[in-house]
Design a protein around this ligand. Structure first.
Ligand SMILES: [Fe+2]
Length: 327
């Protein structure tokens, strides 16, 4: 590959009420508000030295404008553009100055129809890691990963592994050893992106990394005190897959956010992907709890990178939406 994708970079989400979003993300979860105006809210975690990892845009309805990866160097963008164009997939350039705080960016519709963006530059800002006086709520540290529902996980898996240089850390095998879900990474963690079998393409959640498990439990207390009990969808719990401690939240627009801590290093070249059987209840929640139906059925719709219209949804190729737990 003649390009180098570094890591998950940012999500650009459309929301209907920026004040409601600010209360949830800044007052509740402890994001740093880097900047805002009447139509935009730029948020980052305490550890982050780039302008934002979450860009919320005022819109008439919730949707996902784009999920973004940071690349190593400017020329990586040109190589990625050539790859996507050669595959007959939509591409669009956003030149310097077209987006606030972000350099030249390439947007594509990936093999599953997801709106994906690549950029090399984002404006630097002060890192707040040791501004402990500013820590509040969940004390969110940094963006970690995206999880997407796609109709054909194997197609997405093959494209990201063979064409984009991702590696697989863990996967779920369905009947006939078909891949039901896969966790893929560029940075040396469990994942930058996961694909799950389901109606899609849709964004299931954006994962943010916390420094410890008590921060995650404290977030539940803070959110409950603020009246956000209905935003707590699933957890806290321990994933079998990834070993992470997790909490799933729904923001005021229904976008799902995961608070995440405790995965492991994956940079060794001889690391072997870990297989989970779809009917092993410990893979989702190590302690055996089932996820609520909303977690399987609901996700954020995504936009076409050229028209900004919502992408039509397709039924998954594997008919089994939800695992059947053997008890
Ligand atoms: Fe996740």
């Amino acid at each position: 590959m003649d390009f180098n994708i570094i890591r998950t970079g940012r999500a650009v989400l459309n929301v209907v009420d920026l004040d409601a979003s600010r209360d949830f993300y800044v007052n509740g979860l402890g994001f740093i508000e880097t900047e805002s105006d009447t139509n935009n809210l730029y948020l980052r975690g305490l550890e982050e030295h780039n302008h934002h990892s979450l860009h919320l845009k005022k819109a008439s309805a919730p949707s996902v404008e784009v999920i973004s990866y940071k690349v190593y160097a400017e020329q990586d963008l040109d190589a990625l553009s050539s790859l996507f164009a050669a595959k007959g997939l939509k591409t669009k350039w956003l030149e310097i100055g077209e987006q606030h705080a972000v350099g030249r960016a390439l947007r594509v519709q990936d093999i599953s129809g997801l709106p994906v963006e690549f950029y090399a530059h984002m404006d630097p800002v002060e890192r707040m890691l040791q501004r402990y006086d500013l820590y509040k709520g969940a004390k969110v540290q940094r963006i970690d990963h995206f999880n997407c529902m796609v109709p054909d996980v194997e197609k997405a898996y093959n494209f990201y592994i063979n064409e984009m240089g991702f590696a697989c850390s863990e996967y779920t095998a369905a009947e006939g050893e078909k891949i039901w879900a896969a966790w893929l990474h560029r940075k040396p963690s469990v994942h930058d992106v996961a694909f799950m079998n389901g109606v899609g393409p849709r964004l299931h959640h954006v994962g943010f990394w916390l420094s410890d498990q008590l921060s995650l439990i404290h977030a539940c207390d803070v959110l409950a005190s603020m009246g956000y009990t209905t935003s707590i969808e699933r957890g806290p719990g321990r994933h079998g897959i990834s070993n992470a401690f997790f909490l799933y939240l729904r923001d005021p627009d229904g976008h799902r956010i995961e608070l995440y801590n405790g995965d492991y290093l994956t940079c060794d070249p001889d690391f072997k992907p870990i297989r989970w059987d779809i009917n092993d209840p410990r893979r989702q929640t190590f302690w055996g709890h089932e996820a609520p139906d909303s977690w399987f059925n609901e996700a954020s719709v995504v936009q076409d990178v050229l028209t900004n219209k919502t992408i039509e949804l397709a039924e998954p190729t594997l008919k089994q939406h939800k695992p059947t737990f053997v008890t």
